[in-house]
Ligand binder design. Sequence first.
Ligand SMILES: [Fe+2]
Length: 450
Amino acid sequence: MNEMRKPDLIRTVRADFVPQEDNISADVAALEKQNLWPRAWQVACREEEILQVGNYVTYDILDQSIIVMRSQAGTIKAFHNVCLHRGRQLTSGCGSVTKLHCGFHGWQWDLSGDLLRVQDRDDWAGCADMADADLHLSEVNVATWGGFVFINMAADAEPFEQFIAPVKRALDPMKFDEMRFGWYKTMIINTNWKTALESFMESYHVAMIHPQYLPLVDEANKSFAEGQHGKHIYLLERPMGAPSRRTGKPVPEDLREGIAGVLDIFKEWVGDAEGKGQVTVRSANAAQRVLSEIPAGKTAMEVTMGAIGFMMEAAAKEGVQWPILTMEQAMDAGVDWNVFPNLVLVFAFDGCLVFRSRPNGGNPESCIFDMWSILRLAPHEVPKLEREFYADWKQHIDKIPKLLVQDLRNMEGVQRGLHSLGLKGLRTNPVQEVQISHFHEVLHEYLYQK
Ligand SMILES: [Fe+2]
């Protein structure tokens, strides 16, 4: 037996070491099913998916299913998706209802989970546990932050405010709650749910997987634990629009083309067919004004602030206000967060890529992966939400932003490599991949200690 596969060592994680078994082992997947998913706060949907009373989303995680319901204006409730009679599921997918109704024998509940109807209730006369209170739908903890709706199935769930505190501190200024879906794509990927998610938890891979960025972005970065979560920040030793230090090229005196190029590259590589993804098309276009309206000879900061000014002005014309962040707030926010366990946020000026990963049944090497774009859109720009699903992402490459295809093409090879007998654990970069090692530390606390 490979020495690293002894159970005591399997649990060892350091800043520079993660056991690969975490991402291939059926035993770890079984422990996650038992100790992680029923106890962790996790994103079930966005608030914008359930704006009207009666709107619901069915959130499935392994063999558990949760109904997330706008039960009243200003109130969201979550219930286990099960009829208290014979256990049929009450909903699937998303939709709008005036009550919850079991399609098997017609039992009914109102939107707050109170019992409305038991067919032939008199038949239970004298039976125990058949009062209305006993037949309230089984509730699940629910909380919101940043427009995301979180659920937690545990009766003794960690207080949400405590769980989310580091995320709130750093990211509340970004006002993610004011963003709206630009697009919503879900796909099956042949990797462990963590392998796919981890592809978006570090920028160490940018030079190799996304070399198109190097002429315009110095991706020198540092990653940090933040409570159960993690983040990385770009150090900005070189200004935006300057080439990576890896290129050996100097910082140009005139950064106008560089800064316009950064916004252009967001549009071309991270955008959908229209160009929207990590920033709005409005911003990508507005930033091009630096080329003609900022005179030569301005400093990097002046050109950057000029571009930001043009983007904010274009937004304001459409009635969209950008939040104003201090430099300190912007550095604390960074560029990339993972919210434990299965959410990653990668953001730029007025948008964010959101990645959510879940295991796909009992196979530890298949996952259900969501890629969402949320953007600071004007009300008239908010598109009708269309949820696209790709059972085989390789058949839909034309619909997936090119940058994300670069990541997708890489990650299944990573998953296969994790099985190699020549691998004695993962040597995570203790500066740039702390998000990943810390993520496994916290995961192990759930799996082995809680
Ligand atoms: Fe990537």
